[in-house]
Ligand binder design. Structure first.
Ligand code: ZN
Length: 158
C-alpha cells in the first residue's frame, strides 16, 4: 500500500510540475481570426488573404514575418513561437510573442494596403533617387501605422 501511494504521488507530482519556460501556442485559427479582423479594419475585404505559421528558415533573414500577393490572393507568413529563441537578440517570451505575431500580421497587412504605392515606385513612375530609400520610407510608414492601429485597439479595450 505504501509503495502504491509513493507511485501515485510520484506520478501526480510530475504532472503538476510547471516547465521553466513554456512558449505560447498559436493556432492556425488564431492567425486566421487576427488576419480577418485587421483585413476588415484596413478595408482589404476584396482580397483573399491567408496565413501560414512557419519556421525561421522560411522567412527572410532578420524578420518574423513576410507577405506576398498574386493578383487578389495574399499570403502572410508568421514565425512559429518555438523559433523565437533562434532569433538574434530575442528578448520576447510568453504573451509578448503572441503580441509580436499580431504586430507582424498588422504590419504585413499595411504593406499589402500600400502595395499599389510600392508598385508605382518600383516601376519608377515617381522619383526615388535610390530604390532602397523608397523601401526604407515605406518600412517607416508601415511601422508607424501598425503602431497606431494596435495602440488604437488597445485603447478601445481598456
Ligand atoms: Zn515591413
Amino acid at each position: 500500500m505504501k509503495l502504491l501511494l509513493l507511485i501515485l504521488f510520484s506520478i501526480f507530482s510530475q504532472s503538476i510540475v510547471t516547465p521553466k519556460q513554456v512558449e505560447p501556442v498559436v493556432t492556425q485559427k488564431q492567425v486566421e481570426h487576427s488576419i480577418h479582423y485587421w483585413q476588415h479594419a484596413l478595408r482589404l475585404d476584396d482580397l483573399d488573404i491567408y496565413g501560414l505559421i512557419v519556421p525561421l528558415n522560411k522567412l527572410p533573414d532578420g524578420t518574423t514575418g513576410a507577405s506576398k500577393c498574386s493578383f487578389s490572393t495574399c499570403e502572410i507568413r508568421v514565425l512559429q513561437p518555438s523559433d523565437y529563441v533562434k532569433l538574434e537578440n530575442n528578448t520576447l517570451e510568453g504573451k509578448e510573442i503572441l503580441n509580436d505575431i499580431e504586430n507582424t500580421i498588422v504590419h504585413e497587412l499595411v504593406h499589402i494596403r500600400l502595395r499599389k504605392l510600392s508598385d508605382i515606385y518600383k516601376t519608377k513612375t515617381i522619383e526615388c533617387i535610390i530604390t532602397e530609400e523608397c523601401t526604407y520610407a515605406e518600412e517607416y510608414v508601415v511601422v508607424r501605422i501598425t503602431s497606431a492601429l494596435l495602440y488604437g485597439r488597445e485603447s478601445q479595450l481598456k
